[in-house]
Design a binder for this molecule. Structure first.
Ligand code: URA
Length: 307
């Protein structure tokens, strides 16, 4: 391989490692670059020193490696550094916590960035508001949902519709207020439904992957002790693969150093009013309360218990 190619490869690896050490987990890669990276490397023949200088035939391999710091076109992909899937697995608690003022400033800066995001042009065009998140940035407990619905899009606040009312009741039954916890979604924009005046759809894998770095930054700044993932899509968005929520709810998972409790989405409880399903969610919340060391009264412990 040419020395130039090796030097460039080393430089690219060092650059990515330095970014990762700084806590950057994604790089923006243009589709052309991505396509080129999947091709076998064609190494130019080493120059023949004894021959008079001639122009190179064909493209230099280094011309096909181009990491970009910033977005240069409308269609780009955010790729995790490290493993091909997401997440990278590195703990989000590795970096020291910021002092309160710096944390508030970093959170405000993140919010500003997210509010003007146009990474998904179709969602930026259809949304009324970006739904960044709401609550206490020092919360020990963070609820992560799927994506804003129509009411959330109108108001710019997560979980304010019917499912949100139920989530608020759940939080209150835990002895907390909405202001005590942090509430957000994997996707910060309402998934568009072109041609339909109303309606919902699940965020696409690409939309979730594009938005995930914002959620990761929120988690990294808030440093919750527990995350409650509301529904299968929230789990899929976080962990990068589809799950069967009926199989995994109630079982502790870990997202990059932070315990995660998957449970049913409140919208599911609105559709399925069976007490058995409500009880399951409540048992999951009791497990969360125990993990957080919150006091649990007999009344709380015995909700939905029959007999
Ligand atoms: N459902 C969600 O997943 N998130 C919201 O904000 C509202 C409804």
């Amino acid at each position: 391989m040419s020395q130039t190619f090796n030097r460039l490869l080393d430089a690219a690896i060092s650059y990515l490692e330095a970014l990762r050490a700084e806590g950057v987990h994604y790089v923006i890669v243009a589709p052309d670059t991505l396509a080129a990276l999947t091709q076998p490397v064609q190494v130019a023949a080493p120059p023949q020193p004894e021959l008079p200088a001639r122009s190179h035939q064909g493209a230099e391999p280094e011309e096909r490696i181009g990491l970009q710091r910033e977005s240069t076109g409308p269609v780009e992909m955010a790729l995790p550094i490290g493993l091909p899937g997401q997440p990278t697995g590195e703990s989000l608690l590795n970096k020291p916590a910021l002092p309160p003022q710096a944390k508030a400033a970093a959170f405000a800066e993140l919010r500003q960035r997210v509010l003007v995001c146009t990474k998904c042009p179709h969602l930026a065009a259809s949304r009324k508001n970006v739904v960044f998140g709401v609550g206490n940035i020092n919360a020990e407990l963070m609820f992560v949902g799927e994506a804003p619905g129509v009411e959330e899009d109108e108001q710019g606040e997560p979980f304010v519709g019917r499912a949100g009312e139920l989530l608020t009741k759940i939080i209150q039954t835990m002895g907390l207020r909405r202001e005590d916890v942090y509430i957000c979604n994997v996707l910060k924009c309402r998934p568009d439904t072109p041609g339909q005046p109303t309606g919902n759809r699940k965020p696409t894998t690409e939309e979730m992957r594009t938005c995930l770095p914002y959620l990761i930054e929120q988690i990294e700044l808030i440093r919750p002790k527990v995350i409650v993932a509301l529904g299968a899509t929230a789990m899929e968005g976080l962990f990068g693969k589809p799950v069967q929520i009926t199989k995994i709810r109630g079982q502790w998972h870990e997202y990059r150093g932070i315990p995660v409790m998957p449970t049913y989405h409140p919208a599911y409880l609105l559709r399925n009013q069976a007490v058995t399903e409500k009880r399951k969610v409540w048992e999951d919340m009791l497990a969360v309360m125990e993990k957080l060391g919150l006091p649990i009264s007999d009344k709380q412990r015995n909700y939905f218990r029959s007999g």
